[in-house]
Design a protein around this ligand. Structure first.
Ligand SMILES: CC(C)(COP(=O)(O)OP(=O)(O)OC[C@H]1O[C@@H](n2cnc3c(N)ncnc32)[C@H](O)[C@@H]1OP(=O)(O)O)[C@@H](O)C(=O)NCCC(=O)NCCS
Length: 203
């Protein structure tokens, strides 16, 4: 079991509420409650669980987590049914599932997302990482593309009413990023005293 202080999960849920309450997700309190009461506590008990948080002035402004993807897990079995046998062999036999990555809207665009992404995947013992995201030009999709993720299956709709999804894979270990050019006034320019390295919780 991971030991995380009570405050951290509450702040993580708050980040989730803000990040996924915004466009294009517009999730409401029902989805937030599902995340807080079912998804996060259940996932935290899985093998290989790692959660990292980013802070500004002590406040949790972002988080990312994942765990070892394994047969018998709903998501793993679902993705396995959507890929072909060769893809399953290459991508799913020793994989870390990146489940969530989120940053409060007010703290976005300052590199937290990229740092969280790299921290949650750093030193993972797995051969690959996997995720699902919307198959749209979102900040998340751009970040994953920049960090080397490749689409395994695109444009897949769970139902006619739902937006298309893309399943993506990344070979580990993670390669170092080529830093983006800094803009005037951006955090990359000077010392970011109010930012803190990500905190990590693993089991
Ligand atoms: C995806 C998400 C986590 C990214 O978080 P973030 O902290 O804004 O990520 P970054 O700051 O690393 O990158 C965002 C943008 O800022 C730019 N950026 C980062 N640091 C910068 C800097 N110092 N100077 C200038 N630009 C910078 C990046 O290049 C990127 O640009 P792009 O979107 O045009 O490609 C955030 O948008 C989010 O929470 N979205 C909602 C939840 C979500 O979609 N999660 C993923 C579900 S699969």
């Amino acid at each position: 079991m991971i030991e995380v202080s009570r405050e951290v999960p509450a702040e993580i849920v708050d980040v989730y509420r803000e990040a996924f309450g915004a466009s294009p997700y517009f999730e409401g309190e029902r989805e937030v409650a599902r995340f807080a009461e079912e998804a996060l506590p259940g996932h935290a008990r899985r093998d290989g669980f790692r959660c990292v948080v980013a802070r500004e002035d002590g406040l949790v402004v972002g988080f990312a987590y994942g765990y070892t993807s394994a047969p018998g897990q709903w998501w793993h079995d679902w993705v396995r049914s959507l890929l072909d046998a060769a893809q399953v062999e290459v991508w799913m036999s020793d994989a870390f599932e990146l489940v969530e990555l989120a940053v409060r809207p007010a703290a976005q665009g300052r590199g937290h997302g990229a740092r969280l992404h790299d921290a949650v995947l750093a030193d993972r013992p797995h051969r690959t990482a996997l995720l699902t995201t919307r198959d749209e030009d979102t900040p998340a999709r751009r970040l994953y593309r920049r960090r080397g993720w490749v689409p395994l299956r695109e444009g897949w709709r769970p139902s006619a009413r739902q937006p298309p999804l893309v399943f993506m894979g990344l070979r580990l270990p993670l390669q170092p990023e080529i830093p983006p050019p800094s803009r005037p006034g951006s955090a990359a320019e000077g010392p970011a005293g109010h930012m803190r390295a990500v905190d990590s919780y693993s089991r």
